[in-house]
Each structure stands twice: as C-alpha cells, then as structure tokens.
Design a binder for this molecule. Structure first.
Ligand code: F6P
Length: 352
C-alpha cells in the first residue's frame, strides 16, 4: 500500500502554476463502467470550467480517440448527472488501442484537437494505455499531460484504498442477497452466489462480511474444499443455521460445480445465483458520489499545478496522487484484516 512519501501530493499542497494550466483537456471513461463515473465527469468539467480550460469529451473510451468521436463539453452537459449510474461518455474495451496503429491514430486525434491534457477514468489497463499514448505523442514531438482517476467496482487497483463504484456495487450485492436470504431461509436451502471482482476477491470478502456469509471464496486464496467449504457449512448447521450463504468471487471460476459438490457432499438443497452486470448499475451511493467528486476536482488541480502523469488515489481518507507508472505497476493482495474478519465470523479458524 502507498506510504506517505515524496511521490504523493495532498490536495492542500497543490499550488497553481499559471504557466502550466492546460488549454484543452480530453476526458474519457474506459473499461467496465462503475457507478460514480458520472460524478467524476461532472467534477472534472466544472473544475476545468472555473480554470478556463476547454473540455473535449471523448466517447467510448479509447475507441473515441481512435475514431475522432469527440465533442466540446460545458457545465450544461453535466447538469443532473451526479445521480446517474453508468457513464454519459459511454465506455468500451478497445482491442484496437492495443495495436501500434490504434495508438498512433489516437495520438493523431489528440494533435488534431490540440489536446494538451487527458483525464482517464477507469482501471489499471486504461492507465497503462494512457502512458503508451503519452509516449507515442512524445515520439511525435507533442506533449500530453495525463491524469488517471480509478473507477472500477472491483477495488482492485493496488495504489489506492478505493476505486469509484465499489461501494454502490457492494450495496447492490447486499440488497440482492438480503432478498435471497428470505427465500433460502423459508426453504432451508444453501444459496451459492457469484459476485464480480475480475481476478480479485475484494468485493466478495466485503459483501460476504456484510451479509453474514458462511463461506467466502476469493481467487487469491487457494481453495481446500473440505476445509474452506464443508467444514464451515457443517459448523453453521451445528449452530442452528437453517440456511447458508456461500459467496464465490467470479475469479474462482466454478460456481455451478461448487454448488453441485456441496449438494453431493452434504445433501443440502443448493441454488446458484450469478449477480452479473446488475452489480455495475444503479444510482451511486453517497460515498461514490463524494469520492468521485473529490477525485475529479483533484485531477484538474494537479494539471493546473503542472503535475503530469499522475494517478489520483485515496489513502487514509485523504485524496492524494502518485506517479501513474509507479501506481500501475503495483499489485494488490486481499486486506489481511478484512479476510481475517471474514473467516472468524464465518466460523473458520482465523489463522488459515
Ligand atoms: O472490471 C469490472 C468488471 O465488472 C469485472 O468485475 C468483470 O470481470 C468485468 O468487468 C466484466 O466485464 P464485461 O462487462 O466486459 O463483461
């Protein structure tokens, strides 16, 4: 995790550098959408407006840069969007941007529209793409200052405690699983619920604690079926639980099979629910709106201070920033204290 150090800047310490204030700032969302991205868009557009910076909205992530799908944005374009999930800029995963020609075409669009700054709201892959774009532009003799804002329901970006969208997605999971608990309790069943998280279990562990799951499976932890699943479900039964919730992070990869194994081993009546893309939608929670707003403002202030190629992150409640290459190179493991709580409360031995 990021420690306080020379690579980090707190918002209060950002000083305006009038020479460095960008003239035209490109803004895009990339990768999977996340509730709160619109709040970040709004914050970037409004802060830029106050600094007299033109904002060019880029539709569909890097695809929009490749194909020149851009439009000028003003404060009127962001009225009322703070309450809305998704992203008004649309988003995409862009295989074309992974090719040399794709990046060069995107760089041409930046030059054509006179962009001297770019704010990218997305995940790790989107930030790596932004760095490649700056490098390509540098080879062409142009300069682009990039700032990234972490947006993902997975909370899987190592250099930040939090990614925009995580809280809303977790609450969506919780409200769906609370409903499942009613019917599972009535039928004395075992509910096996798959939640998103890409290759990580941050969402699964967080949601698992919040719904009181008997079993929480994350891809970061090698699975011992007898120890991690059967033992917990037996304990739950002994302690009088009529129904059980098993949370499986999608990265574990075999939810249906696990449910069948539980049925065969313990005779429990199991039902599988894959929450799927419902987790990515919905009006953002207060936490996501506020976090996104603060990060969006910070991103523009960084650019106005002449600080380029930074990632806006949060650590211990403060909005700070880190070098984009340094931040993107970090890897994140499950928070040990969260995982411990999850195991203790699901009646597993905490030390495993
Ligand atoms: O990164 C967000 C996420 O929702 C992951 O949790 C999931 O693995 C992936 O995106 C799904 O991507 P797509 O919407 O392209 O199917």
């Amino acid at each position: 995790m990021v420690q306080n150090g020379s690579t980090l800047t707190e918002n209060s310490r950002i000083e305006l550098n009038t020479e460095a204030v960008p003239r035209r700032l490109g803004l895009l969302t990339s990768g999977g959408d996340a509730p709160g991205m619109n709040a970040a868009i709004r914050a970037v557009v409004r802060t830029a407006y106050l600094r007299n910076i033109d904002v060019i909205g880029i539709r569909r992530g890097y695809n929009g840069l490749i194909h020149g799908d851009v439009f000028k944005m003003g404060p009127n374009d962001v009225n009322g969007i703070i309450t809305k999930g998704g992203t008004i800029l649309y988003t995409a995963r862009s295989p074309e941007f992974e090719t040399k020609q794709g990046i060069e075409r995107a760089a041409d669009t930046c030059n054509f529209h006179g962009l001297d700054a770019l704010v990218v709201i997305g995940g790790d892959g989107s930030f790596r793409g932004a760095m490649e774009l700056t490098n390509t532009l540098a080879e062409m003799g142009s300069s682009l200052s990039v700032v990234g804002i972490p947006g993902s329901i997975d909370n899987d970006i190592a250099c930040t405690n939090y990614t925009i969208g995580f809280d809303t997605a977790a609450n969506t999971c919780i409200s769906a699983i609370d409903k499942l608990q009613d019917t599972m309790q009535s039928h004395e069943r075992c509910s096996v619920v798959e939640v998103m998280g890409h290759k990580t279990g941050h969402l699964a562990v967080y949601v698992g604690i919040a719904v009181g799951a008997s079993v929480i499976l994350a891809p970061e932890k090698p699975l011992d079926f007898e120890r991690d699943v059967l033992e917990n479900l037996r304990n739950a039964k002994i302690l009088g639980r009529e129904h059980s919730i098993v949370i499986v992070a999608e990265g574990v990869g075999r939810t249906q099979e696990l449910a069948e194994q539980i049925h065969k081993s313990l005779g429990l009546d199991t039902r599988v629910t894959i929450l799927g893309h419902i987790q990515r939608g919905g009006s953002p929670s207060a936490r996501d709106r506020v976090m996104a707003s603060r990060m969006g403002e910070h991103a523009v202030e960084l650019l106005c201070a002449g600080r380029r190629n930074r990632l806006v992150v949060t650590h211990d409640g403060a909005i700070i920033d880190i070098d984009i290459a340094e931040g993107s190179a970090m890897t994140k493991s499950l928070q040990p204290e969260m995982y411990r709580t999850a195991r203790v409360l699901s009646l597993s031995a905490p030390t495993r």
